[in-house]
Design a protein around this ligand. Structure first.
Ligand code: ZN
Length: 137
């Protein structure tokens, strides 16, 4: 069993940003030279998330609208007394901070309409995503 780990830097430009990071994850896979196994994409921030879904521009707007409806900004949260970003933490709590994707023949075994998204919920910021590849050459 082999293991390879790399950190991907992402600079976001909006408070909420849903960014397709599939190419960056594929770059790490290539570097790892691991062919079969599992890749884990983990965000090291409590106001962000990682999801797998379809990269269609209308749908990406729908995701953002859904987050705003489910967890509106400034709706009387306790944490806003000290940091004013409770909505970002709560949205992250719902989304989760990592995804694991199977790796087959050196490629991500994603479905035809699946992409890996990093979701910044309190940008714009410089973010770090840890990509860990575990498997066999
Ligand atoms: Zn906070």
């Amino acid at each position: 069993m082999e293991m390879f780990r790399d950190v991907v830097d992402i600079k976001t430009s909006n408070r909420v940003e849903i960014r397709d990071i599939t190419p960056q994850v594929q770059d790490v896979l290539k570097k790892s030279q691991i062919e079969t196994g599992l890749v884990n994409v983990f965000s090291r921030h409590s106001t962000s998330g990682v999801v797998v879904n379809e990269n269609e521009s209308g749908l990406v707007k729908d995701f953002q609208n859904m987050l705003e409806k489910l967890v509106p900004q400034g709706a009387g949260y306790q944490h806003d007394r000290i940091d004013n970003n409770a909505d970002s933490h709560l949205r992250s709590f719902l989304i989760g901070s990592s995804q694991s994707i199977p790796l087959e023949n050196g490629s991500l075994a994603l479905g035809t309409w699946q992409s890996i998204f990093f979701v910044d919920l309190d940008g714009p910021r410089n973010r770090k995503i840890t990509v860990t590849v575990i498997g066999e050459y």
